[in-house]
Design a protein around this ligand. Structure first.
Ligand code: SD4
Length: 315
């Protein structure tokens, strides 16, 4: 059987054999967990776990986790040290969503090291969901965030090299958006997603990461999901919302991630030349993940363990 046919069959089986109607999903209350993208998910999970241990809720832990790679200059697609756009500006996208369905987001934000925390302030301190660009920066400053140059010597050098060659680069070459999904000890779900986006993108480009339903979606009754990879394709399929809705229909978390990716794979004649990965937590504590091609690492912290897991691509 070809791999794709096998996948179709196995997804069908997964759906029919594990179909759980949304009312029957039990809430995991015994075992908080944190699920994050890529290997910088490990230190992110570590920070999130500390917050949970100290009585913080899922939203507190997701924000704390996302802040770790934001502050790390060696994480070149998030926050400080993130690779710039084609003009050499570091422009950041981030969003958060909590267990009450509240959401906050910033896009095309410059000179602020922790866009995830600005997104949380948008959620908690304003009547809005999303602020962009100069308005987002002004809001951040009004909330006490310091302005700083986010371009490091290394990221400037990389940009100068790129300018000489002007080579097309896609997010799977410049990956590492951090998405952090958390279930706390009350069973509540929350998530955060933050990125400097597609390296050397057009000035003004915004990806999926700050768009609620695309880069991140949380439904405290069903589950939550988040994306990494080529944001344009995630936006066009409302990826994270789709993953959560598929879980509502009875898909298990991995099957939901695969089915959401199947739509993108199909739209690209079965052979897309880019990477997208989803991670998902269902309300009962089941987790899932899938990626289009190559491999993808996610970090899972549950109980005492915080470990990196590698999955293979679907095509
Ligand atoms: C974007 N989704 O801006 C982000 C990039 C990314 O792994 O996730 N790269 O499109």
């Amino acid at each position: 059987m070809r791999r794709r046919d096998f996948l179709k069959t196995s997804i069908g089986l997964a759906v029919s054999s594990t179909l759980i109607s949304s009312e029957n999903i039990k809430t995991n209350m015994n075992n908080s967990l944190i699920l994050s993208t890529w290997d910088h998910g490990l230190p992110a999970n570590e920070a999130g776990l500390k917050v949970l241990e100290n009585g913080g809720n899922a939203m507190d832990a997701a924000e704390a986790g996302a802040k770790v790679p934001e502050a790390d200059p060696t994480s070149t697609s998030v926050g400080f040290g993130g690779l710039p756009d084609e003009q050499g500006n570091v422009t950041l996208d981030a969003c958060v969503m909590d267990s009450n369905g509240n959401a906050g987001s910033v896009a095309f934000l410059q000179n602020i090291k922790h866009p995830v925390s600005v997104a949380r302030k948008v959620m908690e301190e304003t009547k809005h969901v999303m602020l962009v660009g100069e308005g987002a920066r002004q809001f951040a400053v009004s909330q006490g965030f310091e302005e700083m140059d986010l371009l490091t010597d290394e990221s400037k050098k990389a940009w100068e090299e790129w300018k000489k060659k002007r080579r097309e680069m896609t997010p799977h070459e410049t990956h590492d958006t951090i998405s952090v999904l958390v279930q706390d000890k009350n069973g509540d779900l929350a998530g955060a997603c933050t990125t400097s986006g597609w390296a050397y993108k057009l000035h003004g480009r915004v990806g999926d990461s700050p768009i609620i339903g695309a880069g991140l979606f949380v439904d405290n009754e069903i589950g939550c999901a988040a994306a990494t990879g080529l944001g344009e394709e995630v936006i066009k399929t409302t990826g994270s919302f789709l993953v959560v809705e598929l879980m509502r229909q009875g898909y298990d978390p991995t099957a939901a991630c695969e089915e959401a990716l199947n739509r993108i794979i199909k739209a690209h004649n079965g052979n897309p030349d880019f990477q997208i990965a989803y991670i998902a937590i269902r309300k009962d504590g089941e987790i899932g993940s899938a990626c289009i091609k190559g491999s993808f690492d996610y970090a899972l912290a549950r109980g005492e363990e915080n470990k990196l897991h590698k999955i293979k691509g679907m095509i």
